[in-house]
Design a protein. Sequence first.
Length: 233
Amino acid sequence: MTPPIPSFDDSIIRSNAAGCSPPVHSTQTGPHEALLQHLQRHATNRYMRPIADYNREAFELVDEQVGADGRPLILDSGCGTGDSSRSLARVHPDHLVIGIDRSADRLSRQREITPENCMLVRADLIDFWRLANRAGWKPARHYLLYPNPEPKPRHLKRRFHAHPVFPDLVALGGVFESRSNWLIYLQELELALRYHGRTTTLQPLPEHGAPLTLFEQKYRSSGQKLWHLQTGE
């Protein structure tokens, strides 16, 4: 049976500008007890789902441009409207930022000019990460900002760290950072990264500074506490 594809929560985009995003509710009070079982199984069994043609075509186009560019890479996985990718490109002008999202609708919502060192691509992360790993990509930094927490315990397999593609994500390397408004999600992700030998720090996200994403802005406006997880080099 093909595992469900993890996704990004789009409900925040439907909340109003004043900030009315509800907090995450779950019966889980800590990391899922079945997580280790999934990590062990996926570490020894390569994910073999066929790669969709449109994902392969999208990756090949980007890979060609990445090879010609030569600057260090930053990946923004699940970039949504691309706001975070553009922000990262401005902060890191000497890097090439690749924003990936599977929604053509979200990517079409361009509210500002995209810097020349930023590329936005429509592709499914499950396929894109595998193709990037096979191609030997080694991004300097990799961001996974506000993924869908899938808070119901029975939906553990929908979380990226419990999906069989996770070893490909880890193999890409670089400084990895994820942010969430659900601490348990990041606690699980931290356990998964440490299982694969990465060092991590998990801390509250400072309240100062411009938000990287619309999600971050809405969660802050709703008074929710935010967290960020980061690996070492």
